[in-house]
Design a protein around this ligand. Structure first.
Ligand code: HEC
Length: 146
């Protein structure tokens, strides 16, 4: 009888730990969904022009427009496009979006006429909080795993 009870208690306690493990896992999953969904919502509707409009719904980049530019008797065929941002580093992301960080403008060479014109002149400024920025970053970097 004692043996039986011990066995019973043992099974019970291992059940209990299974159950509490399951609860913890559900909580983790739920917060994962929330953060992902929140980031997704902000990416699509960030109080301003939607990031998706220029970076694509999958954040993998797209061509926005092409134009001809004349300068010093030369013709340049420029293309405004966005690159894949699903693997962007947090530093680059923040430099671009954090209103507290002043973006360092890269130096453009002689021939980089198009890049020099386009850089920093297409993407609008946003006023997102640190929490919002973190959620968007989380969302876009999760997209690279899809
Ligand atoms: C009107 C178009 C437009 C919108 C809207 C836009 N972007 Fe951009 N974004 C660009 C262009 C063009 C570039 C590349 C040129 C540059 O860096 O200025 C860029 C660059 C970036 C970069 C830097 C990529 C790199 O590798 O250097 C990040 C990160 C980024 N955008 C994120 C976002 C997020 C997040 C949003 C929404 C909150 C957003 N963008 C909204 C056009 C846009």
């Amino acid at each position: 009888m004692i043996k039986f009870i011990t066995f019973f208690l043992f099974t019970l306690s291992s059940y209990a730990s299974e159950i509490s493990k399951a609860i913890v896992e559900t909580q983790v999953n739920e917060s994962f969904i929330t953060k992902f969904e929140y980031g997704k919502m902000l990416y699509n509707n960030p109080r301003g022009i939607s990031c998706a409009k220029c970076h694509g719904a999958d954040a993998k980049g797209m061509v926005l427009s092409k134009f001809k530019h004349y300068e010093k008797k030369n013709t340049y065929y420029c293309e405004i496009k966005t690159d894949d941002i699903t693997r962007v580093s947090l530093d680059v992301f923040k430099a671009k979006l954090d209103p507290e960080i002043k973006e360092k403008r890269p130096k453009f060479g002689e021939g980089e006429v198009c890049a020099k014109m386009i850089y920093g002149n297409t993407m609008p400024k946003y006023f997102l909080t640190q929490n919002e920025l973190e959620s968007i970053y989380y969302y876009i970097t999760q997209l690279n795993k899809k």
